[in-house]
Design a protein around this ligand. Structure first.
Ligand code: NAD
Ligand code: DAU
Length: 341
């Protein structure tokens, strides 16, 4: 089997490629990533010399190049992680989100149909459902919850989801969609809450908490997201949507305090700042369907996962430094310079 993973140099995509390498030793892996600011080839450094792995620096919106890669590689399975993924950036510059997240998905689906891909999996998000009130803990997002996205990011993801459903129904593209809650773990770009707080705390810089810090997210260790996608692409039913969640709701402020405690840094570093415009109040996912139908269970509880995550950043401070001074961008040329097709 050959699996083509887009966005594999990002946070979840790189974790997923390692997951596949470990759990499907007979698979070959193709990674397509344009290496935006969020793409870091260092994330894949242990795979680059693996004979089962090939990397293409390419933009998923580039029809010709994507067609060429699909024609050459003929993948059996496509998993689309490639996206502009940061809500704050979508508020500053929505255009890039529509291009990559919507048009890019369409380009990949066209190529998947043309080259007979057996399964196209779209990695989506719980944010497509909008948000839930804090004072109604009984309410959770199910697969039937109406789409009600709030930010340009979540609108772009919801649009892509609808396009995937249209391609499945209209053209018979064998597609599945997963909608996951907030992931945490190693290799996450330090603009998202947990890695940003770790990075700032390590440097004794202020930790910016938006609004009152009481917004709630449902946190899932990244490897548990990878195992869920692995199950869906192999056992999930075509045309279906699967929610994935950690059953682990936390107020942002409690996450920040946990990070400070683990790093033995003072809470005085916490700084409340202006709220994110349109800030979703609470996410909480009902993952009953994937648990019942595919037998998925997350393996890592939050206390273990957050300790592992803080340890990962402590042990990979060079990775953080390279991002901070921009040198992570030079790694592609060092490895692949002069070898472009
Ligand atoms: P990320 O920002 O860390 O990685 C995105 C990757 O996509 C990067 O490597 C980037 O270079 C690449 N990319 C961006 N635009 C591209 C383009 N036009 N062509 C080719 N490659 C491009 O994101 P992430 O956090 O790993 O998220 C991966 C996917 O999972 C996204 O689709 C996101 O919507 C979804 N998701 C993320 C979370 C989360 O908590 N991080 C939760 C649920 C769903
Ligand atoms: O729910 C899944 C989504 O989770 C994914 O689809 C997105 O790609 C991913 O980025 C994430 O979105 P969030 O907006 O929830 O994640 P972020 O890490 O940006 O913020 C988490 C919470 O922390 C949110 O309520 C905003 C808050 N926050 C964030 C940052 C970066 C702060 O208070 N301070 C910060 O500096």
């Amino acid at each position: 089997m050959k699996i083509l993973v887009t966005g594999g140099a990002g946070f979840i995509g790189s974790n997923f490629l390692y997951y596949i390498a470990e759990n499907h030793s007979d698979y070959s892996m193709v990674c397509v990533d344009s290496l935006t600011y969020a793409g870091n080839l260092y994330n894949l450094s242990s795979l680059i010399s693996d004979s089962r792995f090939v990397f293409y620096k390419a933009d998923i919106t580039d029809v010709k190049t994507i067609d060429k890669i699909f024609g050459k590689e003929n993948p059996d399975i496509v998993v689309n992680f490639a996206a502009e993924s940061h809500v704050d950036r979508s508020i500053e510059n929505p255009g890039a989100f529509l291009d990559t997240n919507v048009i890019g998905t369409q380009v990949l689906m066209n190529a998947s149909m043309k080259y007979g891909v057996k399964r196209f999996h779209q990695v989506s998000t719980d944010e497509v459902y909008g948000d839930l009130p804090i004072d109604r803990p009984d309410l959770l997002f199910t697969e039937e919850t109406p789409l009600h996205p709030s930010s340009p990011y979540s609108v772009s993801k919801a649009s892509a989801d609808m396009l995937v459903q249209a391609y499945n129904r209209t053209y018979g593209l064998p597609a599945t969609i997963s909608r996951c809650s907030n992931n945490y773990g190693g290799y996450q770009f330090p603009e998202k809450l947990i890695p940003l707080m770790i990075t700032n705390a390590l440097q004794d810089k202020p930790l910016p908490v938006y609004g009152d810090g009481l917004n709630i997210r449902d946190w899932l260790y990244v490897k548990d997201h990878c195992s869920a996608i692995d199950l869906i692409i192999h056992k999930g039913k075509e045309g279906e949507i699967y929610n994935i969640g950690g059953n682990n709701e936390k107020h942002n402020i409690d996450i920040v305090k946990t990070v400070l405690r683990l790093l033995k840094k003072p809470e005085a570093l916490i700084t409340y700042v202006k709220d994110r415009p349109g800030h979703d109040r609470r996410y909480a996912v009902d993952s009953g369907k994937i648990r019942a139908e595919l037998g998925w269970t997350p393996k890592t509880d939050f206390d273990t996962g957050i300790e592992k995550t803080v340890k990962w950043y402590l042990e990979n401070q060079k990775w953080l430094q390279d991002i901070e001074d921009g040198s992570y961008k030079e790694y592609y040329d060092k490895i692949y310079g002069g070898r472009d097709e």
